[in-house]
Design a binder for this molecule. Structure first.
Ligand code: NAD
Length: 269
C-alpha cells in the first residue's frame, strides 16, 4: 500500500514519515505541507531524521492524494475537512488523527465517507482503544457495587485536566453502566466532601516531569479491586496505530470507521 502524510513536517508528521518507511506492507509515496511552510521542498527522508529519499514535501495536495492508496492526516481541523473533500474526489482512504474537530469538520468527514473509507480517532493508540473497550466491558459486568475511579498522570506542561483520554475512559465506563457521564461525573475532591455517592465516576489528576500519559481505571468493590492501566512512553504509538488503520482500509468499503471498528471490538464487528 502506498501511504502519504499530510502535514509531514509536524511533530506527528515526522514521526509518521519515519514509521511508514520502517513498516512492512507499505511504502511512502509523498507528503504535503502548508503553502507558506518553510519546509516545502524538504526531502521527506531528511524530515524524518534519516537519509534523503528523493521525495519532496509538496503543496500539490491533489497530486499527492492521487498517487497514494491512503493518506494519514494529523494536521488541524480546517485542513482535515479540506483533505476529506479531496480524498472523496480521488478515492483515497483517509486516516484522521487531528483533534479539536467541530461539527462542521465532522460533517465534512461524514460526507466524504460516503465515497471512501475514513478512520477517525482522537487517540490512535491501539492500547488505549483496547482499554476503552475493556473499561466498558468491566463496568457492565461488575455493576454499581464497584466504585469507579479514573486516575491519570501527564507531564508538567499539560494545561487541561482531566485528559481527553481520561474523559473517554469515563464515557466508556458510563456506557457500560448505561448512564450519561455528565450525571455521575465527580471531579477532584477537596475538604469535607461527605461520603462517596454510589454510582459516581471519580477523576483524579497528577501532573509532573515528562510523563507522556498514564491512565488507570479502578473498580473498587468490597473485598477486591480491579485496576486497568495503560502507560504511554512514546508518541510513536499514535503513528503505529494510524499506519495499522491505513493498512486495514485496503479494499474496505466507504464509511466512517473508528479504531474500535479497526480492532474488531465493535458490537457488530
Ligand atoms: P504540529 O503543529 O507539530 O503539526 C501539524 C502540522 O500540520 C504542521 O507541520 C502544519 O504546518 C501542518 N499543516 C497545517 N495545515 C496544513 C495544511 N492545510 N496542509 C498541510 N499541512 C498542514 O502538531 P502535532 O503535535 O503533530 O499534532 C497534529 C494534530 O494531531 C493535533 O490536532 C493533535 O492534537 C493531533 N494528535 C492526535 C493524536 C491521536 O492519536 N489521534 C496523537 C497526537 C496528536
Amino acid at each position: 500500500m502506498k501511504i502519504a502524510i499530510v502535514g509531514c513536517a509536524g511533530r506527528m508528521g515526522r514521526m509518521l514519515l519515519k514509521h511508514v518507511q520502517a513498516a512492512e506492507d507499505c511504502t511512502l509515496s509523498g507528503g504535503t505541507e502548508r503553502s507558506d511552510s518553510p519546509h516545502l521542498g524538504a526531502d521527506l527522508g531528511v524530515l524524518a531524521g534519516g537519509e534523503p529519499l528523493g521525495i519532496a514535501a509538496s503543496d500539490d495536495v491533489e497530486a499527492v492524494f492521487r498517487e497514494a492508496d491512503a493518506v494519514i492526516d494529523f494536521t488541524a481541523p480546517a485542513a482535515t475537512a479540506h483533505h476529506a473533500g479531496i480524498a472523496a474526489r480521488t478515492g483515497t482512504a483517509l486516516i484522521v488523527g487531528t483533534t479539536g474537530m467541530q461539527a462542521e469538520h465532522l460533517d465534512a468527514l461524514a460526507e466524504a465517507a460516503r465515497r471512501v473509507a475514513i478512520v477517525q480517532a482522537p487517540n490512535m493508540s491501539v492500547g488505549v482503544n483496547l482499554l476503552f473497550a475493556l473499561t466498558e466491558k468491566v463496568a457492565a459486568t461488575l455493576g454499581i457495587d464497584y466504585d469507579i475511579e479514573i486516575v491519570e498522570m501527564h507531564h508538567r506542561h499539560k494545561v487541561d485536566a482531566p485528559s481527553g483520554t481520561a474523559l473517554g475512559l469515563g464515557q466508556a465506563a458510563a456506557r457500560g453502566r448505561d448512564v450519561e457521564l455528565e450525571t455521575v461525573y465527580e471531579a477532584v475532591r477537596d475538604g469535607h466532601t461527605g461520603a462517596r455517592k454510589a454510582g459516581n465516576i471519580g477523576f483524579a489528576t497528577l501532573r509532573g516531569g515528562d510523563v507522556v500519559g498514564d491512565h488507570t481505571v479502578l473498580f473498587a468493590g468490597e473485598g477486591e479491586r480491579i485496576e486497568l492501566t495503560h502507560k504511554a512512553s512514546d508518541r510513536s504509538i499514535f503513528a503505529k496505530g494510524a499506519i495499522r488503520a491505513a493498512l486495514w482500509c485496503a479494499d474496505r468499503k466507504p464509511g466512517l470507521y473508528s479504531m474500535r471498528d479497526m480492532l474488531g471490538l465493535s458490537e457488530d464487528g
